[in-house]
Design a protein around this ligand. Structure first.
Ligand code: FE2
Length: 282
């Protein structure tokens, strides 16, 4: 197997590998590379749904998403689908998956089944690099803060987002919220990671547990989002049928570009379970 970094801050392409036939040594090498690069890309993989599940379970148990239509024959796999007549897409903005869960998913393993002739790329970025680029003063302040994450405004009853993405499962009674440190420590690499995102982070909480209002929180959250999105910490991946990306939900953000109107795009996603997050300062 060959592992080639694809950008300065995030991502590596893994080649000369058939992920249906991994040894335990291969898995250990991939885990190490995953921690180092945040997202790993594979091309030309011929996977059945069962192969996809077997690959995912090498890294962690599957964490079934409550808001996606499952693949009919394999409920562990979520179907991320945009039909030619749909305008909105799923994941069309910088975010990380499942930050509204008490124990957010470790990562997602996305396999391209049908891709548009052009467009439909996914951007990824490193929130480790985003954290590192902040001043020591702001880092020290952020390490004392927590943030509230929720999906009520996206998946809850009456959300305009659910109208746009009508291939998503309507499941408003399963919405959820969680509080996480603003700067977390990666559970395996120990890297410090900026853990706020555009989709789900709504307000800040001080070290002694007192809540900021949303109005007070917004400028600082927006500064951090802008710094992260615009800092040059990103890489854009172009999919072919049989491409697979596995990303770490703690150390990266991703954004599915919606630039292929009139074409169908079908991806199969498996999300795998993570561990409780701890503060970088602890
Ligand atoms: Fe996502």
């Amino acid at each position: 197997m060959k592992i080639t970094p694809v950008s300065e801050h995030v991502g590596a392409e893994v080649s000369e590998i058939d992920i249906r036939r991994l040894t335990d040594g291969d898995t250990a090498t991939l885990l190490q590379a995953w921690g180092q690069h945040g997202v790993l890309f594979f091309r030309d993989q011929e996977l059945t749904p069962d192969d996809h599940i077997t690959f995912a379970e090498r890294f962690a148990p599957i964490d079934v998403n409550k808001f996606f239509q499952p693949v009919e024959t394999h409920p562990q796999i979520a179907q991320v689908l945009k039909e030619p007549d749909q305008l909105g897409n799923i994941g069309g903005g910088w975010h990380t998956d499942h930050s509204y869960d008490q124990i957010p998913a470790k990562g997602s393993i996305l396999l391209a089944r049908e891709v548009p002739p052009e467009g439909g790329d996914t951007r990824f970025l490193s929130v480790a690099a985003a954290y590192d680029a902040l001043s020591d003063g702001l880092k020290a302040t952020l390490e004392t803060l927590s943030a509230h994450h929720t999906n009520v405004h996206i998946f809850g009853a009456g959300s305009k987002h659910m109208d746009k993405a009508d291939n998503r499962l309507q499941n408003p009674e399963n919405v959820g919220s969680a509080i996480h440190p603003v700067v977390i420590k990666h559970p395996t690499t120990g890297q410090k990671l900026l853990y706020v995102n555009l989709a789900f982070t709504t307000r800040l909480i001080s070290a002694d547990g007192h809540e900021w209002t949303e109005e007070e929180s917004r400028p600082l959250i927006d500064y951090l989002l802008g710094h992260t999105a615009e800092g040059g910490f990103d890489y854009q991946f172009s999919w072919d049928e049989g491409s697979l990306a596995m990303w770490d939900n703690r150390s990266t953000w991703h954004w599915a570009l919606n630039d292929y109107q009139g074409h169908r795009r079908l991806m199969h996603r498996i999300t795998i379970a993570g561990e409780a997050l701890s503060a970088a300062a602890s």
